[in-house]
Ligand binder design. Structure first.
Ligand SMILES: [Zn+2]
Length: 278
């Protein structure tokens, strides 16, 4: 598989004032309705090892640098920082519904959103912001009910099927029908690089029996295909195959473009997945 980021047919790589972003073609069709992106390393002001577009406040990066990075990304997307709502992730599977009242939480004011790996809303001008460095971003959009959700699905979240939980939240809170929902499964560590130990393999086996078919043993080591497991969770929940896009981009293989926890031995910045109803 050629997993260079610039070879993916399902994503668009945009550069706006030096800020480089990834967008998904199936969501771009609705750009009059929603704004979205997955950030890269490029276009920010942070210094090594966060060079340069680090989006996380919880690292040892200078706060003013991260704030400047947010200003640049917000300007590139033409959204207001004040309208952003940041998740506070713990590798669990809980999804929080947010509204206008949550705007600015985690960025310009204190947040009570703690322990949520996914956000959802049906409100306009509420920008959902979630964080990654090899974990899988899952963007969901229902163009019929105009509802969005983003979920952070690392291996623990994938074992807990957070993508399925996000779809269920969209159904329960907003009466979305799974067949209407579009999904984009973004850049993350790929099967090529996601080597795991027996204990991780056993977690998958114990919790989602079918998931082990997305695991390959090579030279005595397990390699898991997290995006494929997530896609299958979404199919099981009723999404249409044609409505699910896999970026096919490995963050570790493309660490010149993306922060990668494994690629940078844990000393790296953080990428953001952002989505908003216009
Ligand atoms: Zn790779």
């Amino acid at each position: 598989m050629d997993n260079r980021f610039d070879k993916s047919k399902d994503v668009t790589h945009v550069s706006i004032n030096g800020i480089e972003l990834i967008q998904f073609n199936n969501l771009l069709k609705y750009k009059d309705v929603i704004t979205h992106c997955f950030t890269t390393r490029h276009g920010g002001v942070s210094q090594k090892p966060y060079e340069s577009l680090n989006m996380a406040f919880n690292k040892k990066d200078e706060r003013e640098n991260v704030e400047e990075n947010y200003r640049r990304v917000a300007k590139a997307l033409e959204i207001e920082i004040e309208n952003m709502v940041l998740s506070n992730q713990v590798h669990d599977s809980k999804i929080r519904v947010v509204t206008e009242e949550d705007r600015g939480k985690g960025i310009i004011r204190q947040s009570d959103i703690i322990g949520f790996d996914g956000l959802a809303t049906n409100r306009r001008k509420v920008a959902l912001v979630t964080f990654y460095a090899d974990c899988v971003p899952v963007f969901l959009f229902d163009p019929v009910k105009t509802v969005i959700s983003i979920a952070h699905s690392g291996w623990r979240g994938t074992v807990k099927e957070i993508a399925k939980e996000a779809v269920r939240k969209m159904k329960d809170a907003f009466f979305c029908e799974p067949k209407d929902i579009l999904a984009a499964i973004g850049p993350s560590i790929g099967r090529c690089c996601f080597e795991v130990g027996d204990e991780v393999y056993r977690e998958f086996e114990a919790n989602i029996e079918w998931s082990t078919k997305y695991c390959e043993k090579k030279d005595g080591k397990w390699y898991f295909d997290l995006p494929a497991v997530i896609k299958n969770s979404l199919l099981n929940e009723g999404l249409a195959d044609d409505n699910i896009v896999l970026s096919g981009i490995c963050t570790k293989c493309n660490k010149d473009m993306f922060f990668s926890h494994r690629g940078d031995n844990g000393k790296t910045g953080t990428l953001a997945g952002i989505m908003m109803i216009n």
